[in-house]
Ligand binder design. Structure first.
Ligand code: DAH
Length: 360
């Protein structure tokens, strides 16, 4: 047996007795590493006589390949053995209860928005949307609130910083969803229409019942023969379905909004017994929304012929509706992102929100 055969036999022996992947790696380094035994022999090829090289070079190459192949074979074997060992000791008790999984909750505002949308869809209203950053023309002027109008001050408006030289009109964070009335009516085929607009609005105000961002729902119905009685019926149907009180009584109290004439604030009958609010009974009234017949000037601002078309509009706070229906005391908590609060007041996501999935 010549030297190479001996070397080969040595490696094959140690490979076959290796018992771990680490052992194999050591063997590989010993033979084929940078300073390995076989590597050194291969380095020496360069300085061999031509005749010797012709014989030894192929043999060395062959030896190297054989060692690599044997190592790979043994690797597979050891890996398989390792797996079999684990399978024989590790086990899984499939009868154990699963780990508790955390399920998210639907935020009351999402729930109430779904409920409101469902009720108005059943009444033939569709959803419209508009931008949260508005020009002051859409937010005020077109709604018959000219610059000097006192209502502009009442709104606690957030103005958006702009370059005075840019020539672009002043912009505001919309203070209400009413500008979407304008955006909808000015479109081609904007009227006749029946739309609702759920969305975020912004005012600089902060206490138990006010937050700088809150959610409103706007309603608008325009046609040739709509009257205040349609408004009254629509709002009665809505309130009775939403609060789930069949004979809920509404009171229309004369009021003033620049964009409606006549205007009415709407209250629902309620009682406060021992600090608990009950809707639909008692001698108290709770204000829930503003409404009225759309002012002819608003129609004109949208290029709608006010001699031909008329209609009604209303606006309410979605968060306020949620507070009333689900007994949530502080508006600020809606936006604090506290998961304990959401866990308590939120809704089960598997309970598809619907008009009556809330209270039952
Ligand atoms: N935009 C009013 C507000 O934010 C609410 C409102 C009142 C909207 C009467 C209307 C309406 O469409 O007719 O206070």
């Amino acid at each position: 047996m010549d030297d190479l055969d001996k070397i080969k036999q040595n490696y094959l022996n140690s490979i076959s007795t290796a018992s771990s992947l680490d052992d194999l790696e050591q063997i590989r380094i010993k033979g084929l590493g940078k300073k390995g035994e076989v590597t050194s022999l291969m380095k020496a090829i360069g300085s061999m006589e031509e005749s010797e090289r012709r014989v030894k070079a192929p043999k060395l190459n062959f030896l190297k390949t054989e060692i690599i192949e044997e190592i790979e074979k043994k690797k597979l074997l050891i890996t398989e053995e390792n797996i079999n060992k684990r399978i024989s000791v590790e086990w899984l008790d499939v009868s154990r209860p699963s780990r508790p999984s955390q399920m998210g909750k639907i935020h009351p505002i999402s729930q109430v928005t779904e409920e409101v949308v469902e009720i108005f869809s059943n009444l033939g209203f569709s959803i419209a949307e508009g931008p949260q950053i508005e020009s002051d023309w859409y937010n005020f002027d077109a709604l018959n609130i000219p610059p000097e109008h006192p209502a502009r001050q009442e709104f606690d408006t957030f103005y958006v910083d702009s370059n005075p030289d840019s020539g672009s009109p002043p912009h505001v964070l919309r203070t209400h969803t009413s500008p979407v009335q304008i955006r909808h009516m000015e479109k081609e085929n904007g009227v006749p229409c029946r739309i609702i607009v759920p969305g975020k609005v912004f005012r600089s105000d902060y206490d138990q019942t006010h937050t700088p961002m809150f959610n409103q729902l706007e309603g608008l119905a325009i046609d040739k023969d709509l009257t205040m009685s349609h408004l009254k019926w629509t709002l009665e149907e809505f309130c009775r379905a939403f609060f789930e009180v069949e004979d809920l009584e509404l009171r229309f109290r004369s009021s003033h909004f620049p964009f409606t004439e006549p205007s009415a604030e709407v209250d629902i009958r309620c009682s406060w017994e021992d600090g608990i609010l009950k809707l639909g009974q008692g001698e108290s009234w709770l204000e829930i929304l503003g409404s009225g017949m759309v002012h002819p000037k608003v129609l004109t601002a949208c290029n709608v012929d006010s001699n031909c078309y008329q209609g009604f509009a209303f606006g309410m706070g979605i968060d306020r509706l949620a507070m009333l229906k689900y007994g949530i005391p502080d508006l600020r908590s809606f936006f604090e992102g506290d998961v304990r609060w959401l866990d308590h007041y939120g809704f089960d996501p598997l309970n598809i929100p619907s008009t009556n999935s809330g209270l039952r």
